[in-house]
Design a protein around this ligand. Structure first.
Ligand code: GLU
Length: 434
């Protein structure tokens, strides 16, 4: 993206082989914005990020060498409140992706009505190759390098793919040391001992379960005994398996970066979680006898199950495999797992997709509750957090269903209509459109 690129014009990721996540995000936006008849100025301001920072982070490795890591923070919008969104550590991180993820955060916060904007960060790194000391130095350097962007009223990071409460604690400490104050509200997803919130660890999966329960009512389904396949076994995917099995669903397949595993009579998520705790990943999980290995991990997406939960990365269900999806309900725990072309195919096959900006909003919702508690200095019990989370997720689900009915659109476009309206209203009141 060159600085004098006209606002609103989308630059598709240069590598033609790769799908542009930001290009896809814009296609999703356009479907809703056409219905809303937005002005060109409104469209331009609602699409492009307000601020992008890119940095090279020099980090001393354990053997004494300095290695540099490319890093990003994109603030998409602060129209409705401080920018909000996670930081991802992954070797495939790139600016196009981080822009898309920041964009989705803006509309996610708006759909669930929490008073925050959208942002995302990323570091190009495979954290599995770092020692704990290297990981700490990289995390602190990231926060220090971008420090002018962050602040409880400016931009509040959180965990995302391959980042966790320990990394949030290092972020928070780096910021607090810089200003000489204890400033927990600068980051969410912190450990409980450091101003974290009850329920934050399970929030993304729990929010999805609340929404799926409403979706089941909407579809006239009984949830117990429904079969589920879950792609991804990180924070979202592993708790999704656990919480869904607790309400009687059968988890038929799970996967992570090291393989996919299937058992028609059901996988015990506790066994899989314990296996990952001991071994670092699901690699060789089939050797325990709890499941069989699926040769091609992408086949997990095409298994004959009732509910499919993509909980890994973007662009997993595309024009190539969407027609082979057999699930009747897709609950997007990941951000951007279905491309717009896949959406069209899924729509025409009658597959209901609960979109990411609604389905996985439980994470940022409890992040918001954590931020509120940090600012009050008073901490709620788990029951209070769950009550608020459930109410927010249930109400948001039905608000999106109402709009879907009203405009005769799918749930993704309906969610964008809800989100865009709220962002535009706030921007208008602030005087952003002439
Ligand atoms: N990374 C999560 C997401 O994509 C959580 C963001 C947050 O809590 O700020 O929604």
């Amino acid at each position: 993206m060159t600085p004098n690129q006209p606002a609103g014009k989308v630059v598709i990721f240069e590598d033609k082989e790769k799908v542009s996540a930001f290009g896809n995000a814009i296609k999703q936006f356009d479907r809703a914005s056409k219905i809303l008849n937005l002005t060109p100025n409104q469209v331009a301001l609602s699409k492009e990020p307000r601020k992008i920072m890119e940095a090279m982070l020099p980090v001393r490795m354990d053997d004494g060498r300095i290695e540099t890591f490319r890093a990003f923070r994109v603030q998409h919008s602060i129209a409705r409140g401080p920018a909000k969104g996670g930081v991802r550590f992954h070797p495939d991180v790139n600016l196009d992706e981080v822009k898309a993820l920041a964009f989705w955060m803006t509309y996610k916060c708006a759909v669930v009505g929490i008073p925050m904007g959208g942002a995302k960060g990323g570091v190009v790194v495979d954290p599995r190759k770092l020692s704990i000391g290297e990981l700490e130095r990289l995390s602190r350097r990231y926060f220090a390098e971008m420090i002018s962007l962050f602040g409880p009223d400016r931009d509040v990071p959180a965990p995302d793919v391959n980042t966790n409460p320990q990394i949030m604690a290092w972020f928070m400490d780096t910021y607090s040391m810089h200003y000489g104050d204890y400033i927990p509200a600068v980051v969410t997803g912190k450990p409980l001992a450091l101003g974290g919130s009850q329920g934050r660890n399970t929030a993304t999966a729990q929010g999805m379960v609340y929404v799926v329960r409403q979706a089941a009512k909407h579809l006239n389904w009984d949830l117990p005994n429904r079969s589920v396949a879950i792609q991804g076994f990180g924070n979202a995917g592993s708790f999704a398996a656990l919480l869904l099995s607790k309400i009687g669903c059968r988890i038929k397949a799970i996967s992570d970066i090291d393989g996919a595993f299937h058992n028609d009579s059901g996988i015990d998520p506790e066994k899989a979680i314990e296996f990952v705790r001991l071994n670092g990943s699901l690699k060789d999980f089939h050797l325990t006898g709890h499941a069989e290995k699926i040769d091609n991990p992408l086949e997990l997406l095409e298994l004959p199950v009732d509910i499919l939960i993509p909980a890994a990365l973007e662009n997993q269900i595309t024009h190539e495999n969407a027609a082979r999806v057999k699930a009747r309900l897709i609950a997007e725990c990941a951000n951007g797992p279905c491309t717009p072309e896949a959406d069209d195919i899924l729509d025409s096959n009658g597959v209901v997709v609960v979109p990411d900006i609604l389905c996985n909003a439980g994470g940022v919702t409890v992040s918001y509750l954590e931020w509120v508690q940090n600012r009050m200095g008073y901490y709620w019990k788990e029951k209070r957090v769950q009550k608020d989370l459930k109410e927010i997720m249930d109400n948001s689900f039905w608000a999106v269903v109402d709009i879907a009915r009203q405009y005769n659109v799918n749930m993704r476009t309906a969610a964008f209509i809800v989100g865009i309206k709220r962002v535009i209203e706030a921007s208008e009141l602030r005087g952003l459109y002439a």
